[in-house]
Design a protein around this ligand. Sequence first.
Ligand SMILES: [Zn+2]
Length: 352
Amino acid sequence: MIKVNNSLINAQEVDIAQVPVVSDDGLVLDLEVKKEIFYRLLEAHRLAKVNVKMGNITNRGFATYVCTNKNVWSLGTNFNNSRNDISSVCGERSAILSAYNHALVSYMKNPQNGFDFKIKYLCMSSNIDINEYYDFIVPCEDCLSWLNTNRCFDEDTTIFSFERKDDGILKISSTKLVKLLPYRTLKTSNKFVKNKKINATFGAKNSLIQYNISEKNINDMLLKTYEAYKNNCLTQISGQNIASSILFNNEIMTFEKLDWTKRWFIEPLEHVCAEALIKTKGNLQIKAVCYFGDEYNNSDIKDGVVSVKSLGRIRQKHATGDTLLILNLEDEILVTTIGEYLPKKFVQGYKI
Ligand SMILES: [Zn+2]
C-alpha cells in the first residue's frame, strides 16, 4: 500500500471517505483501495496537465495509471508528437506499455515467478480542472480496438475516472472495460446462405422503421458484401479477408480489405466510408453497415471481426448509435445497431 500524500488531498479539500463511488455494477471499494484509486487519479491528472504544458500537440492531456493483477502500478500519458496517424498514443496505451515492459523485465530477472500479465485497473484522468465540470473518461475507439482482446484484460478489468457533473460533487466513477467492448460471444461466419433467417434486436427494429429499410435491402447488402469478399484477392499476406458495405441515399457501396503487409492494411469499412464521403462531397449519413469476413468463434484471442477503430471514426459525424449493423452469423443474420454493438458512453469532443 502506498502512502497517501495528505498535502495533495488537502490541497483539493477532499475527504476521500466522503467521495461517492458511482458504478454501474454496485462496486463497493474498501477505504484503503479507494484512497489509492483517488491518489492515482489525482497524480494522473497532474501529469496530464504537465503534458499539455510541455506542448502535446493536441493541447489535450490524458494520463492513466494502470494496475496489474500483481499490484504493480505504471503511469503513462498521451504522446502526440506530430499530426501523423501513427504518432499518436493515448494515455492508457502508454501506461499499459510501461506496465508490460516492467512485467517482462521482472520475468527476465525472476523467471521462477512466472509471467501472468493482466490489467486489473485503468485509472484515467485528463488535464481538465477537476474543480470544474469533469466528464467520466473512458478509452477512445482506437484504444478500445487495442483493448478488445482477452490476452491482457479480463471480465474484471475496471476503469476509474473522476467525474464532476452539474451537481458539483466530485465522484469516483467506474465501469468494467468489458461493458464498453463489442459483443464477444457472437460466432460470425464466412459461409453465405441465401435467405438465412434475419433476427433484429430491439434497437435495430426501431432503426429499420426510422430508415425505412426492408428485408430485401438487408439481403441485397449481404449479397454484395459477400461477392466482394469472395472475389477479393488482396489479402493473401494476412490471410484475414473482410468486405464491408454501407447503405446511404438508397445506394450500397462496397469495398474489401487490402493488405500492404501482415499488419498494415486498408480496413474496408473506413475505406468504403471515405469513398462515399468523396462521392457525397461530405454530406454522408450512413443508414446501415454490413460486415462479411473471417469466421470468429471461440479462439483464444477474442478480438472480433468488426473494426472498432473504424466504427469510432464514422460515428463521430456520419453514423449514429442507431445506424444498423448487419452481421452474418452461423445460423442467422443478426441486425443490430452500432450503439448496441459498441456501447461507448460518451464521445470525446476535442479538435486538433
Ligand atoms: Zn485512446
